[in-house]
Ligand binder design. Structure first.
Ligand code: PHE
Length: 341
């Protein structure tokens, strides 16, 4: 049958074509050529009407078998070529893990944050909890509730940014004491960190700085408890030989009031630049809570007593890291900040 030879011819030329293909693109166009709408096999099917009716099934069968055969050859070659192409691509795109990468610079915590966290962790390990209060305060909490009445000369102790008649930026963290006493019943043991504001600006003062306030209220709390806690704190923060010294002072909300010095951790009391030759560094204000303050917060001052203290975080960071000028703490010069990694 002439048609059989013709079909065999198509198969063998397709097989040779497949064999010669070297890329996925070539095999794709070969597929179109042999099996597509205008391919020779399709033409044969279209010409079927020219064959005698009894031969048509046989011709159809031959054409279909040929299609299958060619299809199989093409699929096989296609898979081979595709695998080869992928392999080549992988080789080409090989990642050199020895190449230097572009590192993202790692930040570090600000020295004041480090000091604040260390101080808080010392006090929380002593059983204190942490409380926060608003930075925009009322005159009532910042002053009056702390026994600093309006027009009282004690107000001169703290220059103040007023935002309105009775609204101000808090000048210390002591108003948090008042909030805590209002909301809690004794026993109270809290530390209150936060930003405070005063219109001062020089090498050792900044219009914004941070304080940590401490407040303990319970039965039979005395100045001795204050000294014991502060001594324990100072030994943890600096070193175990640190000594604590009280000097008499005045705060309207504590009675008696003290100024607390620590022995200089740099020269151990011999006298150096940091302690200005005195061997002592003033770090906090403190005292026994004035009974009037307790009463104003509805705490029975016959039954309860307490102590409070307040310290500047920047000041402690300066002492701890030997920083001579407070302003560098606010400049955010990365060369300085990097030193605290
Ligand atoms: N609030 C005082 C200040 O900022 C410090 C202080 C706190 C003193 C608690 C005594 C008790 O100067």
């Amino acid at each position: 049958m002439a048609v059989k030879e013709k079909i065999d011819g198509i198969i063998s030329s397709a097989a040779a074509g497949v064999e010669a293909c070297a890329s996925v693109d070539e095999i794709n166009s070969l597929k179109v050529r042999y099996l597509g709408k205008s391919g020779e096999l399709t033409a044969l099917l279209r010409g079927m009407k020219d064959y005698p009716a009894e031969e048509r099934p046989a011709v159809g069968k031959l054409v279909n078998e040929a299609r299958d055969k060619i299809n199989a050859l093409i699929d096989e070659k296609f898979a081979q070529l595709q695998a080869k192409q992928e392999e080549e691509k992988l080789l080409e795109e090989k990642i050199d893990v020895t190449l230097k990468g572009t590192a993202t610079p790692r930040g570090s915590l600000h020295p004041c944050t480090l000091v604040k966290e260390e101080i808080l962790s010392i006090f929380t390990s002593l059983g204190f909890s942490v409380a926060h209060g608003p930075e925009v305060e009322t005159d009532f909490y910042n002053f009056r509730q702390l026994n600093i009445p309006k027009d009282h000369p004690a107000r001169d102790m703290q220059d103040t940014f007023y935002l309105g008649n009775d609204i101000l930026l808090r000048t210390h963290t002591s108003p948090v004491q008042a909030h805590v006493m209002e909301e809690n019943k004794p026993p109270i043991r809290v530390v209150c960190p936060g930003k405070v504001y005063r219109p001062d600006d020089d090498a050792t003062h900044s219009p914004m700085f941070q304080q940590i306030e401490g407040l303990v209220i319970d039965e039979n709390i005395t100045l001795c408890d204050l000294k014991g806690i502060l001594e324990c704190f100072a030994k943890e923060l600096f070193d175990k030989n640190t000594k604590v010294r009280f000097r008499p002072s005045y705060f309207p909300f504590t009675e008696p009031s003290v100024e607390v010095d620590l022995s200089c951790s740099v020269c151990h009391g011999k006298g150096c630049r940091i302690c200005k030759g005195t061997g002592w560094i003033e770090v906090l204000g403190a005292g026994v809570v004035n009974p009037r303050v307790l009463e104003m917060s509805n705490i029975d001052s016959e039954k309860y007593s307490g102590f409070a203290f307040g310290m500047g975080i920047e000041r402690i960071a300066m002492i701890k890291y030997g920083i001579p000028d407070m302003r560098i703490l606010f400049e955010n010069d990365v060369r300085f900040l990097r030193a605290f990694k």
